[in-house]
Structure formats: structure tokens, C-alpha cells
Design a protein around this ligand. Structure first.
Ligand code: NAD
Ligand code: UDP
Length: 324
């Protein structure tokens, strides 16, 4: 029987956070989900409310909080471009003050803390695929910088916390992840394409669709996060977690139409400023240190995601921002 731990999931009502809460509750841990519901809604964790090992706290991580916990997953941050650009000053505050407050909490209760960082720390990369020792090409003053630089500064805070106080930290650089419970109006490519294709609208390709991304199914990603948190060798990262299978955005669109068994329809729109041209993780470090690699291939992941989108009533979802 594994030890039951008290685990805080900040951003626990979001897409990845709600799946993580579910996984940890199923493993019988005492789970505390903290969220301000900016980009999520209670419905994501409604099925956990009432379970004796689950608590939900409405709280904004830019404010300090006091709890007694053994582990902290810091996932609290808007993640989709339309969401994080809605109030960029708040996005930066969430990354910085959220990291500062949660690191202090970890230090005070000697908890281990995991930072959900991002492939965006590599910006529009000149090195391909991206390894963890690549320092990135981020525009520090562009519309994505509130997120990219916020996440970079959070990594810096985590490393300094480790060097100054020896607090148990770890940092995962997450690449594009998709799956059931993505917000249907988050504006991200997978959710947009599926929502549009299900209603027979042409899907919106930004630019000519030749830019690439590598898509990881959420279940694989969570397995990586938990392995990193539970690692006892002293490995702190940063470590890339993502699926190295790289697709152009047009290829992704074609795959989604194929999954639905419909004739492809595309409409082309302007490419957003600073949209990275390509992105693919080198996951050698995760393989070596965590014995981790993704298992779910895109066809299967898309099928499951499409099934979930079919099962929901999109009208019940409040678009968090007008930017979808
Ligand atoms: P999400 O938007 O669904 O989840 C983020 C959650 O954080 C939401 O529930 C939101 O309400 C909450 N939140 C935002 N600001 C907060 C604040 N100030 N205080 C408390 N809660 C707050 O996004 P997601 O895809 O689940 O991403 C989770 C984390 O993983 C984020 O930190 C994101 O940067 C990181 N990440 C995700 C991806 C991806 O592809 N999904 C890729 C890289 C990194
Ligand atoms: N994208 C697109 N159509 C959409 C939404 C996104 O072509 O409706 C493109 C976007 O320009 C980017 C890629 O898909 O090149 C991934 O976008 P997303 O916002 O999902 O993630 P990120 O850019 O943060 O990797």
C-alpha cells in the first residue's frame, strides 16, 4: 500500500489539472484543488466534489495561501494564446506571484513542488528538435511574451529557490497537449478544429498551415508529470514532456476531417504575430531519467477527443475571453 499524500493541484479545475486531480484521487491521495476559474469551470471537477479525499478551494494564486501539503503541482496559468493575451499583465502576475507564493508554501511545509513550464520558453526556435539545453528565441516584447517570459521567469525562480534553500523542486517543459476537457472555446488548434468540423464549418488555418507542432495526448503527459514528481533520484529537470510526432497544422486539420469521415474544408486567416514556425521535443532526457515516453498515437487521441466533444453541449461553456 503506497503512502497517502496531501497534494495541492493549483489550476486543478483546468484541462490538465482536472485530469490530474482525478488521477490522484483515484490513487487515494488527499487532493486539494485550487483554482480561480478564469479559464475553467467547476463542471470539470464536479464529479470529484463529495469524494472524501477531494477538496475544492476558489483562490487566486497571485495571493499567498497557507496549507499543509506534501506535494504541489503548479498548473495555475492561462495556457491558450487567446486566454493569456486577454489580460497579459495578469498573466505575468499569475506566473510570477503564483510561483513566488507556491514556492514559499513548499518551503514552509517542506513539500516538493512541480512547475508546469512550457515549450514556449524556446520561443520561435532556431534549433530543431528542441533539447533542454537550448536557451530559446523568445521575443521579450511581443504579444506572447506575457506568457513566455512569465514562464521563463518562473523557471528562474524555481532554480533560485533550489539553490538558495534546497527546496524540493522540479520543472517540466510541456509541449502542446490535447484531449477531452479542453475548453471548447480556448482557441487552441485542436479544440477549434474539432468544434468547427463537428458543426461543418470550414476550419480556420492561420497562415498557410505549414507551421508545425507536436501533439501529446493528456494521459501520456500526466504520466510524465507524476513520474517527475515521484522521482526520488534528485532529478529536477527542466525536462521536455511531449510527443515527438510532428505535424504541420494543415496535416492536423486533414486528420481531424478524416477522423470525422467528412470532406475537408479550410479557410485561411492571418498568422498571429510571433507564431512559432516549428516545434518538436527531444525527449531523450525524459526517456533516460524518468523512463517516460508517450504511447498514444494521434489517430487514437483525436478519436477519443472527438468522442468527448460529441458528448458535451458546447452551449454550456462560457467563453472565458472573446479571443477564440
Ligand atoms: P487551462 O487554462 O485549462 O488550465 C489552467 C487553470 O489555471 C484554469 O483552471 C484556470 O482557471 C487556472 N488559473 C489561471 N489563473 C489562475 C490564478 N491566478 N489563480 C488560480 N488559478 C488560475 O490550461 P491547461 O492546458 O490545463 O494548462 C495547465 C498548465 O500547463 C498551465 O500552467 C500551462 O501553462 C501548462 N502547459 C499546458 C500546455 C498544453 O498544451 N495544455 C502546454 C504547455 C504548458
Ligand atoms: N492555429 C490555427 N487555427 C486555429 C488555432 C490555431 O491554424 O484555429 C495554429 C496557430 O497559429 C499555431 C498552431 O495552430 O500555429 C497551434 O496553436 P495553439 O494556439 O493551439 O498553440 P501554440 O501556438 O501555443 O502552440
Amino acid at each position: 500500500m503506497a503512502k497517502i499524500k496531501r497534494i495541492l493541484v493549483a489550476g486543478g479545475a483546468g484541462f490538465l489539472g482536472s485530469h490530474l486531480c482525478e488521477k490522484l484521487v483515484e490513487r487515494r491521495h488527499d487532493v486539494i484543488c485550487v483554482d480561480n476559474f478564469f479559464t475553467s469551470q467547476k463542471a470539470n471537477v464536479a464529479h470529484l466534489i463529495g469524494r472524501s479525499n477531494f477538496e475544492l478551494i476558489r483562490h487566486d494564486v497571485t495571493l499567498p495561501l497557507t496549507l499543509e501539503v506534501d506535494e504541489i503541482y503548479n498548473l495555475a496559468c492561462p495556457a491558450a494564446p487567446g486566454h493569456y493575451q486577454y489580460n497579459p499583465l495578469k498573466t505575468m502576475k499569475t506566473s510570477l506571484l503564483g510561483a513566488i507564493n507556491l514556492l514559499e508554501l513548499a518551503r514552509n511545509c517542506r513539500a516538493k513542488i512541480l512547475q508546469a513550464s512550457t515549450s514556449e520558453v524556446y520561443g520561435d526556435p532556431e534549433v530543431h528538435p528542441q533539447r533542454e539545453d537550448y536557451r530559446g528565441a523568445v521575443n521579450p516584447i511581443g504579444p506572447r511574451s506575457c506568457y513566455d517570459e512569465g514562464k521563463r521567469a518562473a523557471e528562474s525562480l524555481f532554480m533560485d529557490e533550489f539553490r538558495m534553500y534546497g527546496t524540493k523542486i522540479c520543472v517540466a517543459r510541456i509541449f502542446n497537449t490535447y484531449g477531452p476537457k479542453m475548453h471548447p472555446y480556448d482557441g487552441r488548434v485542436v479544440s477549434n478544429f474539432i468544434r468547427q468540423a463537428l458543426t461543418d464549418e470550414p476550419i480556420t488555418i492561420f497562415g498557410d498551415g505549414s507551421q508545425t507542432r507536436s501533439f501529446c495526448y493528456y494521459d501520456d503527459l500526466l504520466d510524465g508529470l507524476v513520474r517527475l514528481m515521484e522521482d526520488e533520484t534528485g532529478f529536477i529537470g527542466p525536462v521536455n514532456l511531449g510527443n515527438p510526432n510532428e505535424f504541420t497544422i494543415r496535416e492536423l486539420g486533414e486528420l481531424i476531417w478524416k477522423t470525422l469521415g467528412k470532406e475537408p474544408k479550410f479557410v485561411f486567416k492571418e498568422l498571429p504575430v510571433d507564431d512559432p514556425c516549428r516545434r518538436r521535443p527531444d525527449i531523450s532526457l525524459a526517456k533516460e531519467k524518468l523512463g517516460w515516453e508517450p504511447k498514444v498515437q494521434i489517430e487514437e487521441g483525436l478519436r477519443k477527443t472527438v468522442d468527448w466533444f460529441r458528448s458535451i453541449d458546447v452551449a454550456e461553456f462560457r467563453p472565458p475571453t472573446p479571443n477564440y
